[in-house]
Design a protein around this ligand. Sequence first.
Ligand code: PHE
Length: 401
Amino acid sequence: MEPGRNSFFALNLETCGYHQDTASDPIILSSPNPHIILSSHHSVLQTNIILLCVSLISFYKPCPMQLEDIQHLTDTAVADIAAAADETALEAARVRYLGRKGKLPDIMAALKTAAPEQRPQYGQAANQFKTRVGEALDARKSALAATATPANALDVTRPGDLPPLGSIHPIRQIIGRVTEIFDRIGFTVATGPDIDSVFNNFDALNTPADHPSRDPQDTFYLEDGSLLRCHTSPVQVRHMLKHPPPVRIIAPGRAYRRDTPDATHSANFHQVEGLYVDKKVSMADLKSDLTYFAGEVLGPGAKARFRPHFFPFTEPSVEVDFTCHVCKGKGCRVCKNSGWIEIAGAGMVDPNVFQAVNYDPDAVTGYAFGMGLERIAMILLEIDDIRRLYDNDVRFLRQFA
Ligand code: PHE
């Protein structure tokens, strides 16, 4: 073995606690482990293998710390702790230096393996490490606490919390659209209450005493004899009782019927009532106004069709269909192959209604109509089930925001 090479290993190994056994052989190294002895008498190969083993052992068992290392580490730790930005960083530093897997156990290990004459110095260095690190931790802790923002502090620079914004319900959107269209031809909006009298809802509207719609199986009555209006027509009565002719109003609002809910029925729904009373109002006015409305709401080309019907409060009466928006009149599943969709009931105001509201049936004539708003909403917004309009499911409503 070359002497230079051997002494290099000896030097390295010495730093890890091995010392040269000069008594037995100038180039024999005895390790703290009695089984490892290095001798220059072995062949070069054997020596190298043994040295490799020793190096591996030293790799897995790190060299114990030197006195200066401990002192240096103390200074580094104190500076590191003083720089901790917040409580989390401070706690991480505490664990790093005093924790079970931190630096302190390494220092204690060095103390144990130190040569007996050096132990007091190692002990002192270890104590100093503990005291100075402890003090640094306390100092940083109080410093952080002093500058911390109190829990109830008001940060005026923080951006505000935006509450989730609601949107206009589809039915309200349709009411807005319908109102706007009729506004253009001179109609104003009138309203009435959801709870109304039998007089306004039935009697004044020429509804015979035995008419099926009066039956409690169809209409909701309240204990005091009033009812939840089953159509928006009572607003006609209310308005005419208060205002002399001419009258040109629409009345959007809720109505109630004892219907079992399904895809097209709901026990509460919306209608828009229309009433036009003046001298010489005719069926031609009704037809032209509703045809105009059909074109405005469904787009150019949409037409209105009028089929004879019966309502107690109009004579003659009609049912009004609009061109099917899906097939444009050709016939499809939505319109049951007819090319038309039923939208409204209408007719010329019955003279008996004029009498009930103190209008002179010989002086004025008028038309009235009532149409279902859900039907229009479902057509325009492509909604397949009326119940979705009442579920208040934001995932549904958001689509129309
Ligand atoms: N009120 C009727 C209904 O609810 C509709 C209608 C209103 C018919 C006005 C004629 C005139 O079915």
